[in-house]
Ligand binder design. Structure first.
Ligand code: NDP
Length: 336
């Protein structure tokens, strides 16, 4: 099969791409520049390299931005849409988050519907942000939960990222309902994601947002004071997130479904403990072993049964996820 994967330069996308290539898919990634595309292709060798190519889509918010990218010879069977802003520096909520997330999503769905009739499934990377309600947490979350968010709230910079995911996912489901396109939709609502860095990363500052706390611990930035883990207390390993996307492409029953993809609970203190045990050479950069755990007494629970039963996910342990992330930071040679 042939897959269009948007946001190819991203952390999660790099793992999706690896798994797709391993399974023999032919993949075209979208990126914002030639340079980024070439860097990705260059991380593959031999036969794998022949199955990876890129197209440049400079501005996903433009009308018809994906029209050219969705046309391909041979034509696409599947699309995975991951491209969306995820950083912690909100300035203009509409321009920086809401527009690219919402217009990027409806835009690609329109382009597929109009120009890529062979596509039979689209998998959209949503987020647990579209499930959780931080104002009043449920006891146990699953795919039936939808995060509430008014447009006024969405316009507040501190809400902008979460709002962008909620509104983009809603827009995707609405598109399918209203347009009745020739493809069906599945969404992956993964929580805060840890895991090995993408191979083409050039500086630690450019590291994806959800690995920052592991990076900061390893850099000694929490030695004196452990930052609080709040407001996120659940993690998942990026390889599990990638597996969920790949399975959601081809498992027939996945069509029309959301999947809450979450591996377990964590705290920054627990991350520090795993790093200290696995990498004694980093111990003097970490907060002391007897620092108080920042994990709260009561925290929401999660039900990930659907992802295990329908997609066949077997979740990676917290310890392995943290160890492999730190090892990849060390292996990158970027730590200095
Ligand atoms: P990254 O920042 O590593 O990846 C984001 C990707 O989206 C990059 O390819 C980036 O391209 C692209 N992108 C960002 N803004 C734009 C834009 N305005 N126009 C075009 N492309 C853009 O983060 P992740 O890999 O973590 O995120 C990937 C997806 O997963 C996102 O949809 C995110 O919301 C979702 N997600 C992530 C979670 C996490 O904890 N990591 C949790 C739940 C969901 P470029 O390299 O050019 O900037």
């Amino acid at each position: 099969g042939k897959v269009l994967l948007t946001g190819g330069s991203g952390f999660i996308a790099s793992h999706i791409l690896d798994q797709l290539v391993d399974q023999g898919f032919n993949v075209v990634v979208t990126v914002r520049s030639e340079e980024k595309g070439q860097r990705i292709v260059d991380t593959y060798q031999g036969a794998a390299k022949e199955n990876v190519s890129y197209v440049v889509v400079e501005d996903i918010t433009k009308e018809g931005a994906f029209d050219a990218a969705v046309k391909s010879q041979p034509p696409f069977d599947y699309v995975i849409h991951t491209a969306s802003p995820y950083h912690l520096n909100p300035q203009d909520p509409v321009k920086d988050f809401l527009d690219p997330a919402i217009k990027g999503t409806t835009g690609i769905l329109h382009s597929i519907n109009a120009h890529a009739p062979t596509v039979n499934r689209v998998v959209f990377t949503s987020s647990s942000a579209a499930i959780l309600n931080p104002k009043q947490h449920a006891d146990v979350y699953d795919e039936t939960h939808w995060a509430p968010m008014t447009w006024d709230e969405a316009l507040q910079p501190t809400n902008a990222y979460r709002a962008s995911k909620i509104y983009a996912e809603q827009a995707a489901w609405k598109f399918v309902e209203v347009e009745q396109p020739g493809f069906d939709l599945a969404t992956i609502n993964n929580t805060y994601t840890f895991g090995p860095l993408q191979r083409h990363l050039s500086r630690l500052e450019a590291m994806n947002a959800s690995n920052h706390r592991i990076r900061d611990l390893v850099q000694g930035k929490m030695k004196e004071a452990l930052q609080p883990t709040a407001p996120v207390f659940t993690f998942v390993d990026v390889r599990d997130v990638a597996f969920a996307h790949v399975r959601a492409l081809t498992v027939p029953e996945a069509g029309g479904s959301r999947f809450y993809v979450v591996g377990g609970h964590f705290s920054n203190k627990k991350i520090a403990d795993v790093i200290r045990d696995a990498f004694p050479q980093l111990a003097d950069r970490l907060p002391p072993r007897d620092a108080p755990d920042d994990f709260p007494e009561k925290v929401y629970r999660f039900d990930n049964a659907k992802s295990r039963e329908v997609l066949g996910l077997e979740y990676t342990s917290f310890e392995k996820s943290v160890r492999d992330t730190v090892q990849s930071i060390l292996d990158s040679g970027l730590l200095g």
